[in-house]
Design a protein around this ligand. Structure first.
Ligand code: B1M
Length: 210
């Protein structure tokens, strides 16, 4: 089954094979959602468990992540929705101290698929950078991703910075990432928590649609 092959190639960090198999799956008419969830994310979840159990280490996880990003890039055009396009701008990034970007990249793809313009600041983004960029770009939304319990607190700094610079009533702050919860979102005074990239894009489109 091609999903297993994609998952296994990803776990081995075989970027070229992941690209070939994802291209093959696309040409066979398999949906982008299934390729993502049953192939790529399945492989990354298995790597995550092995990482936790010290069966694989940072270098292996890093090359698996590169293969994952290469695979998701191929899905990008297919993840675009055919719905009504929203008009709006989002400043997106992974918070300060955090290098994880796969989930953030998925959020970007899904948001672009909703017709939103995304200013992607990458990883390790300071609260000041999020807020300064939102002001400069006149963005309606700041979207923060965090994968580490040690960095999710940075999201509070983003909210505080937005208050400090007087734009809190002009910008909605969205948060997400594996350790983040709705309760956490409320506790730091952010506006919206969503648990996956597709929901994040839907909420962002609704915000921008007014
Ligand atoms: Co890291 N890592 N990592 N890692 N890593 C985790 C997160 C961890 C859970 C592994 C584990 O122990 N089981 C653990 C965190 C523990 C914790 O804090 N509770 C961990 C650790 C400890 C570390 C290091 C500290 C390890 C070390 O050096 N000793 C280190 C930290 C580096 C740093 O950031 N400063 C580290 C490093 C790395 C790599 C660099 C090797 C690599 C990242 C490469 C990259 O991203 N380019 C890596 C990876 C790949 C992982 C795992 C295996 C996979 C993460 C991933 O990409 N998942 C991860 C284990 C796991 O998650 N099972 C792990 C797939 C991705 C699609 O999911 O990002 O959750 P995710 O996105 C989801 C949702 O969360 C949501 O949408 C996506 C689904 O649609 N989402 C949002 C994400 N952002 C959103 C924003 C939104 C809305 C939804 O709105 C704005």
């Amino acid at each position: 089954m091609i999903f297993n092959e994609i998952s296994e190639a990803l776990q081995k960090g075989n970027r070229k094979l992941v690209i070939t198999l994802v291209e093959q799956a696309i040409s066979e008419g398999i949906t982008a959602k299934d390729i993502l969830e049953q192939g790529l994310l399945d492989g990354m979840n298995i790597i995550g468990v092995k990482f936790k159990n010290n069966e694989v280490y940072v270098p292996e996880v890093l090359i698996a992540a590169r293969a994952m990003n290469a695979g998701t890039e191929l899905l990008k055009p297919l993840l675009a929705s055919e719905g009504v396009k929203a008009v709006g701008k989002v400043v997106l990034g992974t918070v300060k101290g955090d290098q994880h970007d796969i989930g953030k990249n998925l959020v970007r793809m899904m948001m672009e698929g909703q017709g939103l313009q995304v200013v992607d600041l990458g990883v390790d983004v300071s609260a000041a950078d999020f807020v300064d960029t939102a002001i400069r770009e006149e963005a309606q939304i700041i979207a923060c991703s965090a994968l580490l319990t040690t960095t999710m607190g940075e999201m509070k700094a983003v909210v505080e910075r937005a208050v400090e610079l007087g734009i809190r009533d002009k910008v909605k702050i969205m948060v997400g990432g594996a350790p983040v919860t709705d309760n956490f979102c409320k506790s730091i005074g952010a506006d919206f928590y969503t648990d996956d990239a597709a929901s994040a894009a839907e909420v962002a489109a609704q915000i921008c649609a007014g």
